[in-house]
Design a protein around this ligand. Structure first.
Ligand code: URP
Ligand code: ZN
Ligand code: ZN
Ligand code: ZN
Length: 487
């Protein structure tokens, strides 16, 4: 049978290997990987380019109300268009429960909005902020069965935070039902105490956001949630890790054999507290949590990407325009604790890591593919349908021009945020053609996909989310009661 599309003459790179071959696509799936394929009904010339698995953006906030109740500046159309131009073929934004809401209704609402707007494939992680009996016993199990096999919990933000008991309850559901819990780990009381002190002394400028969200707060909460995970023998993923303490806590847990995973983001490699200290209110453009740290932290994060401590590199795209609709909603001189948290980055996530990581010799191409696509697909139950280039899998490809030079300017991007934290940077390497389920969605700077043409992808439960089957010694000493206690 004739191929619908042949991607010809490129160098195909997966997490496992590199090969010079064509990619033959039928019905949105990879049907052949071989040099010299016969002509397809359509062709993409990939000569001199790298054919990589499409990016799986595993952490982004799209059309979501923030912990401050503020809507993001991107909707499912602009965010997925921007993602596609940055080489992504799947996004995993959050469906966020606010207190009092039914999670089932939350998901229906996201489904409606994403379904009519997304241009690439998507699923959601659930944010659980109100773990009622109904949520724990009925809604979460039902949603996991519908293919939403991951959820995020917070240790901070007044409107989102769970206490340790509640986190244990959520972890227990994840253990029983086969889901992976992601944690935003920062010690709420340390941040609250520092914030009160800073404000009382009149320190209100954006840079004090970075002081209030101390590295110790992140380190403490990271160690604590690792203990909660160990107590229940259930895997856990710490998101957006920014500093050495947290990285070392994760590394140590992994060395002890625990199934603790870690994610980091571009802002922790390329920005520092100095960026929050820019003139006037410009620092507000760099306020996110955890905040960008310093050169020592950046080095620790690079090291964690190189040595395998981090499995996933995500954008944490949380787009808020720098105006009174978003970042400055609390006024032109808003004190730091009233500035929406979050940075845009969905389009630049992979080009930044490609240029600074691969091109500068810090990581190789295989590791790049793992960090930006394969590992997220594995951890979140999308593999091998997504996250690689394999016969029978979805034809999700990002075709990169490794020598293309780009000076970053917001005007080149496709989000609605109005600024980029990375303006002026010189990058080498860019994904110039992007294919999702065999559809060319981006080519040569043009968008070819229609609004609403992305598809919801139900996810399985990942083997990485399984308990180790090792009950804590003292639980076992209750005469083999350990397992029963946890189940
Ligand atoms: O500052 C951030 N990261 N905002 C987005 C919400 C979150 O915590 O992921
Ligand atoms: Zn977070
Ligand atoms: Zn630290
Ligand atoms: Zn986030």
């Amino acid at each position: 049978r004739e191929f619908d599309l042949v991607v010809r003459g490129g160098t195909v790179v997966t997490a496992a290997q590199t090969m010079d071959c064509d990619v033959g696509i039928v019905d949105g799936k990879v049907a052949a990987l071989m040099a010299g394929l016969p002509p397809g009904r359509a062709e993409v010339d990939a000569t001199g380019r790298l054919v990589l698995p499409g990016g799986v953006e595993a952490h982004c906030h799209i059309e979501q109300k923030s912990s401050f109740g503020l809507m993001t500046s991107d909707d499912f159309y602009s965010a997925t268009v921007s993602a596609a131009f940055g080489g992504n073929t799947t996004v995993l934004p959050f469906a966020a429960q606010h207190r009092g809401q039914s999670l089932l209704e939350v998901v229906e609402d996201y489904e409606r909005r994403a379904g009519e707007k997304a241009v690439i494939d998507y699923s959601y992680h659930l944010i659980v902020s109100d773990p009622t009996e109904a949520v724990l016993n009925d809604e979460l199990p039902a949603l996991i069965r519908r293919g939403l096999t991951s959820f995020k919990v917070y240790t901070t933000y007044d409107l989102l935070k769970l206490d340790d008991y509640q986190i244990l309850e959520v972890l227990a559901v994840a253990r029983r039902e086969g889901a992976l819990v992601m944690v935003h780990a920062e010690n709420h009381e340390m941040i609250r105490w520092l914030t009160e002190r800073l404000l009382a002394r009149g320190h209100v400028a954006p840079r004090y956001h970075g002081i209030g969200h101390s590295r110790l707060a992140e380190g403490e909460a990271t160690s604590r949630v690792i203990s909660l995970s160990e107590l229940l023998d259930v895997p856990l993923l710490v998101v957006h890790v920014s500093c050495r303490h947290a990285t070392e806590a994760i590394r140590d847990a992994q060395t002890r054999g625990l199934r603790i995973y870690g994610e980091t983001c571009p802002q922790y490699l390329f920005l520092t507290l100095e960026d929050l200290d820019r003139a006037g209110m410009d620092g507000a453009m760099y306020c996110c949590s955890p905040p960008p740290r310093d050169a020592e932290s950046q080095a620790a994060i690079w090291n964690g990407l190189q040595n395998g401590t981090f499995q996933v590199f995500s954008s944490d795209h949380a787009p808020y325009a720098f105006d009174e609709t978003a970042k400055l909603a609390a006024g032109p001189d808003a004190p730091f604790h009233k500035i929406a948290n979050g940075l845009p980055g969905i389009e630049l996530r992979m080009p930044l890591l490609f240029s600074e990581g691969v091109r500068k010799g810090r990581i190789d191409l295989q590791r790049f593919v793992e960090l930006t696509s394969t590992n997220a697909a594995r951890l979140y139950g999308l593999f091998p349908r997504k996250g690689t280039i394999a016969i029978g899998g979805d034809a999700d490809l990002a075709i990169w021009e490794p020598e293309k030079r780009v000076e970053v300017q917001w005007e080149l991007l496709h989000d609605r945020v109005g600024y980029t934290p990375y303006a002026g940077r010189q990058l080498t390497g860019w994904p110039t053609t992007v294919v999702n389920r065999g559809r060319v969605v981006v080519d040569g700077g043009r968008l070819l996909a229609e609004r609403g043409s992305g598809r919801f992808v139900p996810r399985g439960s990942s083997s990485f989310a399984r308990p180790r089957g090792v009950a804590l010694r003292e639980l076992d000493e209750t005469r083999n009661f350990g397992a029963a206690l946890l189940d």
